[in-house]
Write a protein that binds this ligand. Structure first.
Ligand code: SF4
Length: 574
């Protein structure tokens, strides 16, 4: 099929608002939506780009435009003003009605244009009845699109250079530190029954950046273009490919680059690699699916989760644990036991997600066969943060929403704001690294890359690479400092206030009195928090819609334009 001109677009704004097409609890923000939920102004806010669209545009030899975060007007203007032979719409399941409206518009205004649907939403079995289209991009998208366009499949992958998030705020103040994004590969072999990602990519892992050198080159290019040293790693199980991680560390050591990374990894893979290696690699944030104390999944069996999480935090690695509620064994007693168990792990951040039979998964097929799926449930509410949409023997949909909200509130009251926990982990990690580097140096203990551990050589030796890391850990800890006074001012309870006060002491002991610059920043954050708190009190919450990103790609070469629209600040009524 010849593609003359291609538009790749995400679904239209607004996000996180209840209307004909969308729903308030699906805000398209990861932390605010499902991790630091119920934490009010303490919740970090940001939007992640639709990375897949840029990845596709970079890797197809066709003039392509990417529209990310369009308003309805942006989208219709684009369709009206340019003759696209093909338009690809990417969407997740709860946004299927937005995709439908967009497809209807294309058919009405540009009937010769072929419509391609992509993203997790395409797993919906009733897709043909829901959204008018010509093609569905399934599985790994670059191969699919190249094949559809009749291009060579084995051309090397060109990784896009992108920030990991936009529209980032904390306490109503813009977050200054920026990170880039790495997409080393897609899919996961673990095949957990409920996992939409594993099923979407046919239970296998497809690597885009197979060697450590490939990952390093994207880091270096991102540093050059965006000035970033920190990266979000979009890969379901980065530690599952230990050779690549080891090669990446070798490259960074050789080139004296202390890049840092936020990764997803299963508990077994983390335990196998060990905390010393992860610290050396520069991991400063890790997402671990702990799921349930029942250890139903291979990835957590035999792993001392509390010990592992403590060890990671002690070494400066923020842990986001994720747990699932309304599993099949949950009744009104065991669900509360699981909530308490997950909270007692004392991870910095904790996601609770409803057990969700997402289309395309084995779980969905099983529940469909058993007649458990509630087909009349609205699509915009099928995202795991509202109510369950299947028959559970012990819970009605209505009460499932209360259990979920109360679980988030309990974590908040027991552990304090997630951002405070991250600050604690950051300063503890800096102090641990400083102490351990000095101890190892005095005892002549050095890193052995082949054994992934420190070994005694008996001769005092310096560790230049870990000194670079120490500076990265210091910078990471310092970025929280201007917000500490605000955390104290808005502490949700006495426990959180005491924890914040102790953290401030720890910072003062480690770095001395706050300098003038940080004092100024601290005043700004407090001022922003005051205003944000007033908005939240008045409206229940604040939604800032991300700006449009529009990029043109001439085809197998470089991006030529980036166009941003003015910020839109929208405060929905409570
Ligand atoms: S380990 Fe994680 S990414 Fe892999 S299949 Fe299980 S839930 Fe999905």
């Amino acid at each position: 099929m010849t593609i003359e001109r291609l538009l790749l677009t995400g679904v239209f704004k607004p996000y996180g608002e209840t209307d004909e097409y969308g729903e308030a609890l699906c805000s398209m923000e990861l932390l605010y939506n499902q991790v630091t939920r119920e934490q009010g102004i303490h919740s970090p806010r940001s939007n992640n780009l639709s990375y897949g669209l840029y990845m596709l545009a970079e890797n197809i030899d066709v003039p392509t435009t990417v529209l990310d975060f369009p308003s309805w007007e942006d989208f219709t203007r684009e369709v009206d003003s340019a003759k696209y032979s093909h338009i690809g719409i990417s969407f997740i399941v709860p946004n299927v009605l937005k995709a439908r409206r967009m497809a209807e518009y294309i058919r009405a205004k540009s009937p010769r244009t072929k419509i391609i649907l992509g993203g997790h939403g395409t797993a919906i079995a009733e897709l043909d009845q829901l959204v008018d289209h010509d093609e569905v991009c399934r599985g790994e998208g670059v191969s699919w699109l190249r094949s559809y366009a009749g291009e060579e499949l084995d051309r090397p992958i060109k990784h896009p250079i992108l920030p990991s998030s936009v529209n980032s705020f904390i306490y109503g103040a813009p977050i200054l530190g920026k990170a880039g994004i790495l997409i080393p590969g897609v899919g996961c072999q673990n095949s957990c029954r409920f996992c939409a990602t594993s099923h979407k990519f046919d239970h296998k892992y497809t690597s885009f950046l197979p060697a450590g050198r490939d990952v390093f080159n994207v880091c270096r290019e991102s540093e050059r273009q965006l000035g970033v040293m920190d990266f979000g790693v979009l890969d379901e199980n980065f530690c599952k490919e230990p050779l690549r991680a080891r090669q990446l560390l070798d490259e960074m050591t050789l080139e004296h680059k202390a890049y840092t990374f936020s990764i997803f990894s299963s508990a077994d893979a983390v335990a196998r690699l060990g905390v010393d290696f992860l610290v050396r690699l520069g991991v400063n944030f890790i997402w671990i699916g702990v799921e349930s104390k029942a250890a139903l999944f291979e990835k957590t069996r035999g792993v001392d989760l509390p010990g592992l999480i403590r060890d990671l935090q002690e070494h400066g690695i923020t842990v986001l644990a994720s747990a699932i509620l309304f599993l099949e064994h949950h009744d009104k007693t065991t669900i509360l036991e699981d909530i308490d168990w997950a909270i007692d792990l004392e991870s910095d951040l904790l996601q609770f997600m409803q057990f969700s039979p997402m289309p395309g998964t084995r779980l969905h097929a099983d529940y469909e066969a058993q007649g458990k799926i509630r087909h009349d449930y609205p699509w915009p509410r099928r995202h795991g943060q509202d109510t369950i949409w299947f028959d559970h023997p012990h819970f009605t949909p209505e009460e499932s929403s209360d259990y979920l909200r109360e679980a988030f509130e309990k974590k908040y009251q027991a552990g304090g704001p997630g951002v405070l926990n991250m600050a604690v982990t950051a300063i503890r990690g800096y102090l641990t690294a400083k102490r351990e580097i000095a101890e190892r140096s005095a005892r002549g203990v050095t890193w052995d890359p082949s054994r992934l551990r420190y070994v005694a050589q008996g001769i005092p030796a310096s560790d230049d690479f870990m000194m670079l890391r120490l500076e990265a850990l210091r910078q990471n800890a310092l970025k929280f400092r201007p917000a500490l006074a605000t955390m104290l001012r808005y502490a949700p309870n006495q426990m959180a206030a005491n924890k914040t006060a102790k953290t401030i002491e720890l910072y003062n002991d480690a770095f001395g009195k706050t300098g003038l610059l940080d004092q100024g920043r601290s005043v700004l954050v407090r001022g922003a928090a005051y205003l944000e708190n007033r908005r939240v009190k008045k409206h229940g919450r604040v939604m800032r819609q991300p700006k449009l990103i529009r990029r043109e790609y001439p085809g197998r070469s470089q991006t030529v334009t980036t166009q941003l629209q003015p910020a839109q600040l929208k405060e929905p009524a409570a």
